[in-house]
Design a protein around this ligand. Structure first.
Ligand code: 5AD
Ligand code: SF4
Length: 441
């Protein structure tokens, strides 16, 4: 038995892929996954390249591992979005301490890749991207729990000019809905209460004409699964039929991550986001008309090439107008191969990006706090996720429909149950309250 340790960086899709890799290697009798790199004979890093700091983290980590395990016989493998990157690096520097590389569509070949290094001592890689691979025949090795991630589509065809994903993960492809539903049934049997449908561009899901609204409806028919979430969508793919399902289907959570990226039309066009500020605001208005209590979150990039102070102010104004419940705000980071890297020099100074991110974060923090304070006095249905919190063993933690964290004192209920919690207190990041009822579902 070879001891394997895997470390995951980046998004939920990568977390999910790690679960796939555990199944793929676990099927071979030779491998056993362990929780620490110290004893491992094979160390896998499932990498992310969405921003340069994710990249740098992995490089540092490789050198750290190499130092710590100096002299040991340990194979280091790179998986995920930096695979192509690393292959080029490896060709330039054959001494780079990497033994094998597998891109996001090559995980089924991992056993062969590893065997080849072991038998020949030569570095091996497979970074080909597929137009078909969806891993629909691989049942991920999930940590038993409350929520299960399930990838329903992979890849992306949008080509936002800042984004490396179309290059690292290839073209869009969707899984057969029947296959997704079968997996969700199995998850329900295993006791999962919630599924989160994943895709780089999840709401452009389309399998032979069956769209994302159809998939949500089908998944909602599975008994035992009480909540359905999805991430990450693109604002361009919200037809009325989809909004209606989110509004009306009791299992689909009224919570939408709606990445804005920028609030200025010139920048949105340079980003190739395919909507204007007015169109985005109109979509938000429509969503709120249908679902006044919807929770909206977003992603924003500050300091895209050529973004002026005035244009950044447009983003601030949209944030103030929409009042998102929370926002992930990033500094623009130039990614190799992307259209932006080829066409627009990264000309906004880092100090300016820092000023913008700090300012926007402060504004958003206030909005998040106000939004959370408005919940005080309400009673929320909460799915219990943990029988402890980071800070206290005497408190439980769960999430409400809007995906907000709700903390309440320990009591006679358990993980996976639904309780009704009266909200008594709010912070920008969480709600606190007390259980008023334990639900029978
Ligand atoms: N620079 C900064 N942020 C980026 N994102 C994607 N690419 C970049 C980049 N090159 C952000 C976007 C996306 C989120 C997942 O990461 O906001 O929605
Ligand atoms: Fe990172 Fe994007 Fe790849 Fe996810 S898909 S791991 S966020 S680069």
């Amino acid at each position: 038995m070879k001891k394997v340790y895997i470390e995951t960086y980046g998004c939920q899709m990568n977390e999910y892929d790690t679960e796939l890799v555990k199944t793929i290697l676990g099927k071979e009798e030779d491998y056993q996954f362990i929780d620490s790199p110290d004893e491992a004979e094979i160390i896998l890093l499932n990498t992310c390249s969405v921003r340069d700091n994710a990249n740098r983290k992995v490089f540092n980590r490789i050198h750290q591992i190499k130092q710590k395990r100096n002299g040991d016989k340990v194979l280091i493998g790179i998986l995920g979005c930096m695979a192509t990157n690393f292959r080029q690096q490896l060709l330039k520097d054959p001494h780079l301490p990497i033994d094998f590389i597998a891109g996001p569509d090559s995980y089924k070949r991992l056993p062969q890749l590893i065997r080849r290094v072991e038998t020949t001592g030569e570095k091996s890689f497979d970074v080909t991207l597929s137009e078909f691979e969806t891993y629909s025949d691989v049942y991920p090795t999930r940590e038993g729990g409350v929520n299960a991630w399930i990838a329903v589509m992979r890849g992306c065809d949008n080509f936002c000019t800042f984004c490396v994903v179309p290059y690292t993960r290839g073209r869009e492809r969707s899984r057969d809905p029947e296959n997704v539903v079968a997996e969700v049934r199995r998850l329900a049997e295993e006791g999962f209460r919630q599924v989160t449908l994943l895709g780089q561009n999840v709401n452009s899901y389309n399998y032979q004409g069956k769209d994302f609204a159809y998939l949500l409806e089908r998944v909602s028919e599975v008994d035992g699964i009480e909540r359905i979430r999805f991430t990450s969508p693109h604002p361009k793919d919200f037809p009325d039929s989809l909004l209606r399902v989110i509004a009306e289907n009791p299992k689909v959570c009224r919570q939408i991550h709606l990445p804005l990226q920028a609030g200025n039309d010139r920048i949105l066009a340079l980003m190739n986001r395919t909507y204007t500020r007015a169109e985005f605001l109109k979509l938000v208005e429509k969503i709120r008309r249908l679902m006044p209590d919807v929770v909206l979150t977003t992603d924003i990039i500050v300091g895209f090439p050529t973004e002026t102070d005035e244009e950044f102010e447009d983003t601030v104004r949209v944030v103030e107008t929409v009042q998102f419940d929370s926002a992930f705000i990033f500094k623009y980071s130039e990614r190799p191969k992307t259209i932006a890297a080829r066409k627009y020099p990264d000309d906004v100074q880092d100090e300016v990006k820092t000023e913008r991110i700090v300012r926007l974060n402060e504004i958003q923090k206030k909005i998040s706090y106000q939004k959370n304070c408005a919940h005080v006095g309400e009673v929320h249905e909460v799915l219990i996720e943990q029988e402890f919190t980071k800070k206290s063993p005497n408190h439980f933690q769960g999430r409400n429909e809007g995906n907000k964290i709700v903390i309440f004192p320990r009591g006679d209920y358990r993980k996976g149950q639904f309780v009704r919690v009266k909200i008594l207190e709010a912070t920008p990041h969480a709600l606190r309250g007390e259980v008023v009822e334990v639900l029978e579902k």
